[in-house]
Design a protein around this ligand. Structure first.
Ligand code: ZN
Length: 200
């Protein structure tokens, strides 16, 4: 299971504070509700592309000694199963969908440079999620007047802050800002014993 690591700061700062297993150790198990702190259980690595970072980060894992399941402490600046940071995705979607730049222009101007296909994928996913996002985010902020759900969702995300919105959606309602990949149940649990969903 993935839970969010409440960390605000740069990727470099995240990497530096990761060596202390006590700093964000969960005090109880979110899966079986055992009321004892979890045991540090190593790391897994994943790729991350941020505005000023392109490489591998570590994600800390903890083990519950009662149910023997692991919990990963995922930093808030990433979305599960997506390589690019939330900041990069937000910059792209705002430039494309709120400011009306073309995908071709946006992939050239957003940092770091990226493929047309990846931008197209984010736009498609965001459009299909916009109405549901408006409904979910209404618990967090006043719905803004807007010509359509895409503009309204973007305006709501800009006013709450993308990371704050992601924290609310993920921790509160197990909702993925761009939707869970195929093969996972709606709340992100693996639906079957299929191979792990690839990072898009
Ligand atoms: Zn447990």
């Amino acid at each position: 299971m993935q839970i969010l690591h409440p960390f605000a700061g740069s990727v470099q700062q995240y990497n530096e504070q990761l060596s202390d297993p006590d700093s964000h150790r969960p005090g109880h198990c979110p899966q079986c509700q055992a009321k004892h702190p979890l045991t540090a259980h190593g790391f897994y690595t994943r790729t991350l592309i941020d505005t000023a970072f392109d490489g591998i980060i570590r994600v800390r894992r903890y083990l519950c000694n009662t149910c023997q399941r692991t919990v990963s402490l995922m930093p808030e600046f990433i979305l599960p199963y997506l390589r690019s940071s939330l900041t990069v995705i937000a910059l792209f979607l705002v430039a494309r969908l709120l400011e009306g730049q073309t995908i071709a222009a946006t992939v050239r101007t957003v940092a770091p440079p990226m493929s047309y296909q990846r931008g197209q994928f984010w736009v498609r996913r965001f459009r299909s999620r916009a109405e549901a996002l408006c409904a979910a985010l209404a618990a967090l902020t006043q719905p803004a007047p807007a010509p359509d759900f895409v503009h309204r969702a973007l305006t709501m995300l800009e006013s709450t802050g993308w990371i704050a919105a992601h924290r609310f959606l993920f921790a509160g309602v197990r909702c993925h800002l761009l939707g869970w990949p195929r093969g996972l149940a709606p709340d992100g649990r693996r639906a079957a014993l299929s191979s792990a969903a690839a990072l898009a």
